[in-house]
Design a protein around this ligand. Structure first.
Ligand code: ZN
Length: 433
């Protein structure tokens, strides 16, 4: 008998052994929710029970209809408002807020991996059960994502970009040192052939999406946030390769021309969008491109930031116009997904972005919650997995003391966090670990 046949016989033996062993019923967790918020409609349902099996929601039914059975874990959230875990589509979990130029230059991939372990937990504990990480050195984000998925460290579900792709001397390059040091950012690429190579290389080493710099930025030396960086043709080449290989593209863009070109090139989201104008708004609406404003960072930075002069003036200039322009884009009907740029300010403050949307820009509270749930899930391509509480989706569930539609600030103090069926914060912690 060949070795292959031996193997097949062995497999059959295992299969028949398994077949005669009685399977225990899968363990259930019953979440008794006092109030359950449907983020799609804004409806608040009282007295609901979420039945969780493994990492999934099995059913959501009125509490009176589902009694606990032997072996069930019951978690009492009867005094709370329960809703889907939040999503942040613009994080840098491997980075910390420290803009001393010398310290920036002394960072290493090892330090950043350690940052990532700490910040992933902090972000999850703040109620963010999924993030899109848009820029990390040396594919540290790929390893962080994989460590979270393997259960080695606590953190949100992640989609990661690997290194930022950008032009020589641009926002995504490293411009702090003179030429004799020959230092360049990991993802620098100029011209069609080079950008194609970088996209393919990032995918080779584990990127789930592609992040590019379409314009200059604030926290980089010697470039102008309003100036376009990649050409339209370079961005078209990037998007063509990324989409053909099944990856979405996020474009950092402040200046109006860069926002328009990136949108015309077919990127899936515009990050920041500070100088967005009517022409760019019209093109984004036509194509369904998401805008990911990152506005709370301006409040934090102007109050507490300690920036070197070549960053500070740009922060003042951008902050002077961004909120007004973003408010206009929101009112014009551009699709919005919540992103924060956490790393520019301390991780875990992500929900402050919602406060800016509602209490500074006048967005309706339900629309604001949707930016951090259904819209963010849509942008990530994860609508079937998360973004709302429904049977068949991940059991990514948070609870707060009162209805966030009455006060979104309550989301800055999340009391209960479950991700993929495991409780990380609040009652029932450790029920499956
Ligand atoms: Zn960023």
């Amino acid at each position: 008998m060949s070795r292959r046949n031996n193997f097949a016989v062995a497999l059959l033996a295992v299969a028949s052994t398994v077949a005669v062993v009685a399977q225990p019923a899968p363990q259930r967790t019953l979440l008794r929710a006092g109030h359950l918020l449907d983020v799609k409609t804004g409806k608040l349902l009282d007295g609901q029970t979420i039945v969780v099996v493994g990492d999934m929601i099995q059913a959501i039914t009125p509490t009176s209809g589902v009694a606990a059975q032997a072996g069930d874990t019951v978690i009492d959230l009867s005094g709370m408002t329960v809703m889907p875990g939040l999503i942040d589509v613009h994080t840098h979990l491997t980075m910390n807020p420290d803009f001393d130029p010398y310290r920036e230059l002394t960072s290493t991939s090892a330090k950043e991996a350690i940052n990532g372990v700490v910040n992933a937990r902090t972000t999850l504990m703040a109620g963010f059960t999924s993030v899109r990480n848009v820029g990390a050195r040396g594919f540290v984000d790929v390893d962080l994502r994989d460590a979270i998925n393997a259960g080695q460290v606590a953190g949100p579900h992640m989609l990661v970009s690997g290194p930022l792709i950008g032009i020589t001397g641009g926002h995504c390059d490293e411009n702090l040192l003179p030429i004799q040091y020959h230092v360049a950012g990991d993802g620098v690429a100029d011209g069609i052939a080079e950008v194609q190579h970088r996209v393919r290389e990032n995918i080779k080493y584990g990127a789930d999406l592609i992040k590019i710099c379409a314009t200059g930025g604030v926290l980089s030396k010697g470039d102008d946030p309003q100036a376009s960086q990649f050409t339209l043709e370079e961005m078209q080449a990037i998007v063509a390769d990324a989409h053909r290989l099944g990856r979405k593209v996020a474009a950092h863009a402040h200046g109006a021309q860069g926002i328009l070109w990136a949108t015309e090139a077919g990127v899936d989201s515009i990050e920041h969008g500070s100088y967005i104008n009517d022409e760019a708004i019209a093109e984004m609406k036509k194509r369904g491109t998401y805008l990911v404003p990152t506005l709370y960072l301006e409040d934090w930075m102007l109050e507490k930031g300690n920036l070197p002069p070549f960053y500070h003036q740009k922060m003042i200039d951008v902050s002077a116009v961004a909120k007004g322009n973003i408010k206009h884009a929101m009112q014009s009907g551009v699709k919005i997904a919540l992103g924060t740029d956490a790393a520019v300010y301390p991780h875990g403050l992500n929900a402050h972005e919602l406060d800016v949307y509602v209490n500074q820009l006048g967005m309706a509270p339900l629309a604001a919650l949707q930016t951090a749930t259904v819209n963010a899930a849509d942008l990530m391509g994860w609508s079937a997995k998360t973004g709302s509480l429904e049977a068949g989706k991940w059991a990514d569930i948070i609870a707060v003391d009162k209805n966030p539609l009455e006060d979104v600030r309550v989301l800055q103090d999340v009391k209960f966090v479950m991700k993929a069926g495991v409780v990380y914060k609040g009652q029932g912690i450790g029920n499956r670990e």
